[in-house]
Design a binder for this molecule. Structure first.
Ligand SMILES: C[C@@]1(CC(=O)O)c2cc3[nH]c(cc4nc(cc5[nH]c(cc(n2)[C@H]1CCC(=O)O)[C@@](C)(CC(=O)O)[C@@H]5CCC(=O)O)C(CC(=O)O)=C4CCC(=O)O)c(CCC(=O)O)c3CC(=O)O
Ligand SMILES: NC(=O)C1=CN([C@@H]2O[C@H](COP(=O)(O)OP(=O)(O)OC[C@H]3O[C@@H](n4cnc5c(N)ncnc54)[C@H](O)[C@@H]3O)[C@@H](O)[C@H]2O)C=CC1
Length: 280
């Protein structure tokens, strides 16, 4: 007789309890055929970049912006002027190996990621095959079947990163869409995000721990909804303290109220100074 505790003989789906209040029509629809878009935390991790031409120069912009450590392999005559410039300006971040790729370049166990941007399809395939063996994710520019992931067209404004991907269908269109999206955003978007980042840090310091998580998240979401990007971007230290002052009672003060509070404080300080002067 089958043992009920032996999970290898039981259909795991038969163990799922009923969810009488569940309404599947409200869940997001699954549209297969996409790719997984993530924000890879590559800071201080080693990336091997093979090739030093035009495409490698664009890869370097992304890698250096993400604070990666790069090993760049390319014979000196193959360097694009922009790549050569980065080698000089980012000596600490880039280790330059001035020759063609050799399989032993993949022996470094610290390599997290490999990118190739070379004009030699046979060498590209060799790098790809070696990476598969070593289980290192790889992007071979120009050869989609040899890519574990694709690059996308990226808009950056401070901490904001928007990547447009057409999943290999139309890279030029991706660049055009990226420009349209960027043109539709207020110019203060990056600063607004930076200020929200500071406010969140202060809030988490004021009310640490996971117990306060629900209230903290609800309050932060309300600030983001009720303040405009322009107002968020104008937040300074004092205004943040004023806004945080309403947290305990679940209040999100408006921009004008917080600004007025700051003004009153400045007047009070001014009066205090006058008093000091009078006392002297
Ligand atoms: C699959 C992918 C793999 C990867 O590289 O990761 C790939 C593959 C290929 N690109 C080719 C051509 C061009 N690529 C560009 C430009 C970009 N290509 C980028 C990404 C990707 N390109 C990935 C899919 C991304 C997606 O679909 O969303 C961008 C977005 C990001 C970046 O590379 O940093 C960057 C724009 C950055 C920006 O400006 O913002 C231009 C335009 C130009 O140079 O101005 C052209 C010529 C016009 C055209 O073809 O559209 C060809 C040769 C086709 C052929 O032979 O005809 C292949 C191979 C193939 O398709 O088979
Ligand atoms: N996003 C994408 O997928 C795009 C891909 N491409 C493709 O990417 C590839 C590179 O393009 P570009 O940078 O414009 O070419 P490029 O000719 O400017 O650069 C090629 C570089 O590869 C180096 N190289 C060649 N063999 C090498 C090896 N075995 N080891 C180390 N370095 C080696 C060369 O010295 C040179 O620096 C091409 O195949 C091109 O068609 C081009 C445009 C967009």
């Amino acid at each position: 007789m089958a043992n009920e505790n032996d999970l290898t003989t039981v259909d795991p789906l038969s163990l799922i309890p009923p969810f009488p209040n569940s309404d599947p029509s409200t869940y997001p629809k699954i549209t297969p055929g996409g790719s997984l878009i993530l924000a890879w935390q590559i800071r201080n991790k080693r990336v091997l970049l093979v090739g030093g031409g035009n495409v490698a120069a664009t890869r370097l912009v992304h890698l250096l912006s993400a604070d990666a450590l790069v090993t760049l392999i390319c014979p000196p005559p193959g360097l694009h002027p922009e790549t050569a410039h980065r080698l000089k300006t980012h000596r600490d971040a880039i280790t330059y190996i001035p020759r063609l790729f050799s399989p032993s370049d993949l022996d470094d166990p610290s390599i997290s990621l490999v990118l190739t941007a070379i004009d030699d399809p046979a060498a590209s395939t060799e790098v790809y095959t070696l990476c598969k063996k070593a289980k290192i994710p790889v992007n071979v520019a120009d050869v989609p079947p040899e890519c574990d992931f694709y690059f996308g067209s990226v808009h950056r404004d401070g901490p904001l990163q928007i990547m447009v991907s057409t999943n290999g269908n139309g890279p030029k269109l991706a660049a055009m869409i990226r420009r349209k999206v960027a043109d539709g955003l207020p110019s203060c978007t990056g600063s607004a995000i930076e200020k929200v980042g500071e406010l969140r840090k202060k809030l988490r310091k004021m009310v640490p721990g996971s117990a306060a998580g629900g209230k903290r998240m609800e309050w932060m979401s309300r600030v983001c909804e009720e303040w405009s990007f322009e107002e968020l971007a104008a937040l300074d230290e004092g205004m943040m303290e004023g806004l945080l002052g309403g947290y305990e009672e679940g209040k999100v003060a408006g921009f004008e109220e917080i600004k007025l509070g700051r003004l009153m404080e400045a007047v009070k300080i001014g009066e205090g100074e006058d008093d000091d002067k009078e006392a002297q």
